[in-house]
Write a protein that binds this ligand. Structure first.
Ligand code: FAD
Length: 491
């Protein structure tokens, strides 16, 4: 391979999706450059140690999928990985102002005060509800109402949707936002039958010698989730990550894609055989793009990213009456509260709060209350303190406050979301060498972004190994971009 000119790839965005994509591309032998507008990597995944608290600005934990476990192992991060405390299995949902444990088995559901007797009987009738035959997309709310009735929608699915998407079940597409749920009906004709079949399959697999199918574990790292993007950047090579550089335009130049970028006010252009956008759609669609793709850009502009505020509050332990013996508490919209949910962060992982203190991470805003996603710190602290006083038994004011605003947090997989993937495909066809991919297309969880990174890297390699030859990068506007020394198979 010595002396060979490697195909050049530019990855736009050093969030988890962009970094995982670049990391796989390096392993596959591509010459990669990552361009990031911020001065740090990780996108929404940021962890900070402040005053004895370990604060997560975005996600607090994630499921250890096999792909994530493999990535963590390849980065030699396994010793830093931490499973969530066993208490994290317990989750609470508020009904009539009281946190109630979410039932996790049919028997527990029958005994739970979360649903009325009529609501429970309706859930038990689910296997007898016929499969949907109508074509077309269906909202999460319509799907749950049809299969399980109103109560599970109001007291379980509505708060769960808030917890994952900060979204509204009436607006999200079940097929796109929760594809596994839709698949249970399609494949088994019933959610309950599908779940029972799945549980049987796992049990049988666990019973076979040599096969271990551990339940998915919720994890973070000793120093928070920010450990993962930092390690990815290190492994990709810091010199390959161009920070504080904002991409402002993209166009086709011959067989290559040309980017216009700005670093500290200085403008220049860069070209590559393949450019991969993992940028949020509101960023991509706001930049200069060729007229030929404008109709599809308009389509992608319709994807809504609601604002979310993450408010990390530290309290003296003695000032919180609740045992905080769980993952956290979600608050259904029927409760007419402003807070969407609260994570019991210092219960989940050790080392998140000083001795005799606890850390609660509160989420506000979303589709339910967009104005609160961008409200002032003082207003939110007052509001949350008032609402949680009754729910968690707060008797004192927070002694620590850290507020992060995500003005456009998570893409909503709305009804007709399929049109967005089609629009992305048409842009890719109109601008060969550009891949428009990432979180809006392949799932929003940390685990989804890790899987997406490998898929996108393989798509890029497939483009580069097409029969038509690709040329090497050139320098435009007289601004030199020194070709990277080709390093292959270093991981
Ligand atoms: C508040 C919050 C809580 C969450 N909680 C969880 C959770 O508990 N568990 C879970 O699994 N998932 C959670 N998620 C979802 C998950 O964290 C994200 O989906 C994932 O991290 C997104 O990664 P990404 O790389 O696709 O996007 P991003 O992290 O948004 O990265 C995009 C990158 O592009 C950069 N960029 C933007 N504009 C430009 C430009 N013009 N030029 C160059 N670069 C640019 C940005 O600076 C950023 O670094 C949460 C998300 C949020 C917002």
């Amino acid at each position: 391979m010595a002396g060979a000119v490697l195909p050049r790839v530019i990855v736009c965005g050093a969030g988890l999706t962009g970094l995982t994509t670049a990391w796989h591309l390096r392993r596959l032998g591509a010459d990669v450059q990552v361009i990031e507008a911020g001065d740090v990597v990780g996108g929404v995944i940021q962890s900070s140690s402040i005053d004895g608290y370990l604060v997560e600005h975005g996600p607090n934990s994630c499921m250890l999928t096999s792909e994530l476990a493999h990535l963590v192992d390849s980065l030699a991060l396994t010793p830093m990985l931490r499973p969530a405390a066993p208490d994290a299995q317990r989750r609470f949902i508020v009904r009539n102002g009281v946190p109630i444990v979410v039932p996790t088995s049919p028997l527990a559901m029958l005994q739970s005060p979360l649903f009325s007797l009529a609501g429970k009987l309706r859930v038990l009738a689910e296997p007898f509800i016929a499969r949907r035959t109508a074509a077309g997309d269906e909202s999460v709310a319509a799907f749950v109402r049809r299969r399980l009735g109103n109560e599970p929608l109001t007291w379980a699915v509505d708060p769960f949707v808030s917890g994952v998407y900060a979204g509204d079940p009436e607006q999200l597409s079940v097929r796109h936002a929760f594809p596994r749920l839709a698949a249970l009906e399609r494949e088994h004709g019933s959610l309950l039958r599908g779940m029972i079949a799945g549980a049987r399959r796992s049990r049988a697999a666990r019973g076979q010698p040599g096969i271990t199918t551990p339940r998915a574990t919720m994890v973070s790292f000793v120093e928070g989730l920010g450990t993962l993007p930092v390690a990815l950047a290190e492994s990709i090579g810091q010199e390959r990550i161009m920070r504080s550089t904002r991409i402002t335009g993209m166009k086709q130049v011959g067989a290559m894609i040309q980017l216009t970028v700005e670093t500290h006010g200085e403008r220049r252009t860069l070209q590559a055989d393949v450019v991969i956008s993992t940028l949020p759609l509101h960023v991509l669609t706001a930049m200069q793009l060729p007229a030929a793709v404008q109709a599809d850009v308009e389509q992608l502009r319709t994807v809504h990213y609601p604002p979310v505020a993450s408010l990390a509050l530290g309290f003296r332990r003695a000032d919180v009456a609740h045992a905080l013996d769980g993952f956290g508490v979600l608050i259904p919209s029927a409760e007419r509260c402003n807070t969407l949910g609260v994570l019991f962060s210092s219960t989940l992982f050790d080392g998140r709060a000083p001795d005799d203190c606890v850390l609660l991470t509160c989420f506000l805003g979303g589709v339910r209350h967009p104005e609160l996603g961008v409200a002032s710190t003082d207003d939110l602290v007052t509001l949350v303190q008032h609402e949680l006083a009754a729910i968690l038994g707060l008797t004192g004011a927070p002694t620590f406050v850290h507020h992060t605003v995500w003005p456009r947090a998570i893409p909503q997989y709305g009804i007709g979301h399929e049109a967005n993937a089609r629009a992305a495909e048409r842009i890719e066809a109109a601008m060969p060498g550009l891949l428009v991919d990432g979180q809006f297309r392949r799932g929003v969880s940390v685990g989804d972004c890790v899987i997406a990174g490998e898929v996108i890297a393989r798509r890029a390699m497939a483009h580069m190994t097409r029969p038509s030859p690709t040329s090497i990068a050139t320098v435009a506007d007289g601004v030199a971009w020194t070709p990277q020394a080709a390093a292959v198979g270093t991981h």
